[in-house]
Design a protein around this ligand. Structure first.
Ligand SMILES: Nc1ncnc2c1ncn2[C@@H]1O[C@H](COP(=O)(O)OP(=O)(O)OP(=O)(O)O)[C@@H](O)[C@H]1O
Ligand SMILES: [Mg+2]
Length: 357
């Protein structure tokens, strides 16, 4: 099972208006609500793929109860006294305007309770996803603490956050870090430094230009299967979902469980783009492992039949899944039909020895 951690979840409200007029009363046409927060988006994508997933984090107050009631996948949150936050996005014909509430302040005792809860989840976890911002009161090194706790139990981690939590988290060497370009620039560290410090892969998402991945086994440039029009919010979360199930499947030499010493993996992972492309195609049709839902078995599989998978397959999957998330109108959702098409038509992963700029 993949555990996703969302320490600062939100009730995402979307108001549709004809034309937003500041300093005036605006009549709202439609109101939509959904559970928000990056870890919940990742869990939602994994669940849609048939991957066993458990969402955890901190929830409190009436808004927290409402978020919990809207969640459609397995979840086990730690209660807090403060009320979870709401985010409001006002959409009109031309643009979107966001209003983000500050959210609750978490007490030391609540954070300690979460650490205890997290420890109880690790024995059943194949991979852990740590995503999003930290609420007030949670220490800046929270993700570093969780990365170390997971590693102590042999559980690999993916980290997707920004600012100080990212800087501290990278210092604990999670298996994969997924910054976008802005988050990487703010980190002020070259991906190769993070690799040298023990991070297995730094996957830099470049919006519609795809991914640039530094791994311990080589550098990859991964184009999107197609540049699509849609809602890019949450595309990074879909990308993280693919990386997490790559860890679960045992990606590359020495990463995750089961794939560590597979010579086939190593051969493909350092091979050329054509090998990566072929492998992604094979993985898309391999229903032998990776799913708990027979209907979704084919799309959920990443395994290569040798007890692991390759960076090439995982990165191709990430680009396909992210593009399928852009096509779906709502963050945290993917267009499954498009995803299968993208997986089949993926142009492949090209090894690229140029340093990241
Ligand atoms: N228009 C697009 N067409 C195809 N693929 C896209 C498009 N936009 C983004 N992607 C894919 O989605 C991935 C993640 O996008 P992006 O870099 O915007 O993530 P992000 O900034 O972390 O987003 P978020 O945090 O909102 O989820 C990209 O690396 C790319 O593969
Ligand atoms: Mg992101």
């Amino acid at each position: 099972m993949i555990v996703t951690v969302t320490l600062n979840p939100a009730l995402d409200l979307t108001y549709t208006v004809d034309a937003l007029v500041p300093q005036a009363t605006n009549r709202v046409r439609t109101v939509a609500e959904r559970p928000g927060g990056k870890g919940l988006n990742v869990a939602s994508v994994l669940h849609a793929l048939g991957e066993p997933v458990l969402a955890t984090g901190l929830l409190g107050g009436p808004t927290g109860a409402h978020i919990e009631a809207l969640v459609r996948f397995p979840a086990a949150f730690v209660p807090i006294a403060g009320d979870s936050r709401r985010t409001v996005t006002i959409v009109d014909a031309t643009d979107a305007t966001g209003l983000w509430e500050p959210g609750p302040t978490v007490t030391g005792a609540e954070w300690a309770a979460f650490l205890d809860h997290f420890a109880t989840l690790l024995p059943a976890a194949d991979a852990v996803v740590l995503s999003g911002s930290l609420p007030q009161g949670v220490p800046h090194d929270a993700y570093a603490v969780l990365v170390r706790a997971a590693r102590a139990r042999g559980v690999p981690t993916v980290l997707d956050t920004s600012g100080e939590p990212l800087r501290h988290g990278v210092g604990a060497a999670p298996d994969i870090v997924k910054p976008n370009e802005h988050e990487l620039a703010a980190l002020g560290q070259h991906p190769t430094d993070a690799i040298a410090a023990g991070v297995r892969a730094v996957v830099v998402s470049l919006g519609r230009r795809g991914l640039h991945a530094h791994t311990a086994d080589g550098v990859w440039r991964v184009p999107p299967p197609a540049v699509v029009i849609g809602n890019p919010t949450g595309a990074g979360d879909a990308c993280v979902a693919a990386l997490a199930r790559g860890l679960r499947a045992g990606v590359g030499p020495g990463v995750g469980r089961g794939g560590g010493n597979d010579p086939d993996n190593a051969g493909v992972a350092v091979g050329d783009g054509r090998e990566g492309s072929n492998n992604a195609g094979v993985a898309a049709g391999d229903a032998s492992e990776g799913s708990n839902d027979p209907d979704n078995a084919a799309i959920a599989s990443l395994g290569n039949g040798h007890g692991g998978t390759t960076w090439a397959a995982v990165l191709a999957d990430a680009a396909a899944l992210a593009a399928a998330a852009v096509v779906a109108p709502v963050a945290g959702e993917i267009d499954l039909t498009q995803y299968q098409t993208f997986r089949r038509t993926m142009q492949g992963v090209q090894a690229d020895v140029q340093p990241h700029r």
